[in-house]
Design a protein around this ligand. Structure first.
Ligand code: NAD
Length: 456
């Protein structure tokens, strides 16, 4: 047996021996994870600085802070979620008691990307552990320092039969996918998502696919322009645009475009300084391949802010690209970098009708004050999740499911939705032995009477 096959087999034995079932044990795993993050904060800051030049502030808000919130929410609610749910029954089931048990699935695989390398490896694992599963995490090979740290820390804090990290490139992921898992939770690109689903089908393993896409931010003529500018700049340029739910492109009403762009430039300067390339906390692009891909977008349209790049540090200034058309290369794929193309519309109906023809995005943001229009945009367009008058922040509410639809993915997690994702909902009917309603048996006179009642 290869090492990978062996460790999956060990996890299965550990799971089948019932080691993960108790509430107390699950609670201990979550507490252990929290201690692991707390006691190693300094190394975590260092790893993320190495991988992406993440500042302490960004690591705290978008990686550690998120994970602490998620763990605390689980610790508070877990016992409650583990309780069986009583349900009612129709008249035909008189005398029965009906309930749903949430049971763990078994051994789960989490494959994660590089852009939030700590958060996206551990957040699904938190849900899987809470639901009583064993977990194998395959972090991204592109965020090497974080991947190595995760491996070292999990080895120190966890029994590998419960939670373990397997480092490696896509070949390692492929070897993992040859094993039989009970659930696969994948975060990454749509292209690789298709491969994951195909591989999972061989063992009929259910999947969650957290993918990407082109998430629009729409700014209408009645929007609060100053706040829209501030919140768009924050959502787009945090992590240098390498965020799955970052606004991919700006779709703005012609009448307010000038005012909005002016305010956005002001906030870019305020957040990142006049020279972001020499700002020591400004995030870099993950690798040369992505740096070159992004730099190529800058030849189309007209740069109205930013546009400078530094191949030595792999940094690209927060950039606004005006005079863009739907045919330009920057509009053909998810940008995943600090470049914001701008398109305009005259009527909101026009914007909605154009977006409706695109693939369903992971997120959508609408800025505008009219309640009816807000409602229409939210209801008429299909997307994973989003906000009215904000960007990105919705994903940090553990009471909201987070996930895509169509090309942006399937399934959802965070908070209770994570617990549910990694649990099987087992239906149980407890029948009475005190009496036996005869209507379902051949020859029963009651059948017709009862069925007629139901069918009327
Ligand atoms: P990616 O799909 O290239 O890689 C993700 C993971 O899959 C990595 O661990 C990688 O080793 C593995 N992998 C790559 N090729 C594989 C293959 N052929 N077979 C099996 N495994 C393979 O994605 P990325 O570049 O790391 O991340 C960027 C993408 O992730 C963007 O599209 C972004 O939108 C998306 N993303 C989505 C979310 C979300 O929550 N929906 C969050 C972050 C990123």
């Amino acid at each position: 047996m290869t090492n990978i096959a062996q460790l999956v087999a060990n996890q299965r034995t550990f799971f089948l021996n019932g080691n993960t079932m108790d509430y107390t044990v699950r609670k201990q795993q979550l507490q252990k994870l929290k201690s692991m993050l707390k006691e190693n904060e300094a190394s975590i800051y260092q790893a993320l600085k190495t991988d992406l030049n993440k500042s302490k502030h960004e690591t705290l808000t978008t990686e550690l802070g998120f994970l602490f919130m998620e763990i605390d929410h689980m610790l508070k609610q877990l016992q409650n979620w583990m309780e069986p749910i009583k349900v009612s029954a129709p008249i035909t089931h008189k005398g029965t008691k009906n309930y749903i048990i949430k049971e763990p699935l078994g051994v789960c695989l989490v494959i994660s990307p590089w852009n939030y390398p700590l958060q996206l490896a551990l957040a699904p694992a938190i849900g899987a552990l809470a639901a009583g599963n064993c977990v194998v995490i395959k972090p991204s090979e592109e965020a090497k320092a974080t991947s190595a740290l995760l491996k070292k820390l999990t080895e120190t804090y966890f029994d590998p039969s419960y939670l373990t990290v397997v480092e490696g490139e896509k070949e390692t992921a492929q070897e993992l996918l040859q094993q039989r898992f009970d659930y696969i939770f994948f975060t990454g690109s749509t292209a690789v998502g298709r491969i994951i689903m195909r591989e999972a089908s061989k063992h009929l393993t259910p999947v969650t696919l957290e993918l990407g896409g082109k998430s629009p931010v729409i700014v209408d003529k009645d929007a609060n322009i100053n706040l829209a500018a501030k919140r768009i700049v924050w959502g787009k340029f945090t992590n240098a645009g390498q965020t799955c739910v970052a606004p991919d492109y700006l779709y703005v009403h012609e009448k307010v475009k000038f005012k909005l762009l002016k305010a956005m430039k002001k906030y870019i300067r305020s957040f990142y300084g006049r020279n972001p390339l020499s700002n020591k906390d400004y995030i870099r692009i993950i690798n040369e391949k992505h740096f070159n891909r992004l730099s190529n977008y800058l030849v189309n349209g007209s740069i109205v802010h930013g546009g400078l790049t530094d191949p030595l540090t792999l940094k690209i200034e927060p950039t606004i690209l005006d005079k863009i058309t739907w045919e330009d290369p920057v509009m053909q794929e998810e940008i995943f970098g600090p470049i914001l193309p701008v398109l305009t519309f005259d009527e909101i109906e026009e914007a909605v009708s154009v977006i409706r023809k695109q693939e369903k995005p992971l997120a959508l943001y609408y800025f505008g004050e009219n309640g009816n229009t807000q409602q229409q945009v939210m209801q008429y367009l299909s997307f994973g999740g989003g906000s009215i008058n904000d960007t990105v922040f919705h994903l940090a509410n553990p009471h909201l499911p987070f996930g895509g639809v169509g090309e942006s993915g399937m399934g959802a997690y965070h908070g209770k939705y994570s617990f549910n994702t990694f649990s099987h909902k087992k239906s149980i009917m407890k029948q009475s032995t005190k009496f036996d309603v005869p209507f379902r048996y051949p020859g029963s006179k009651l059948s017709e009477t009862i069925l007629k009642k139901i069918m009327k």
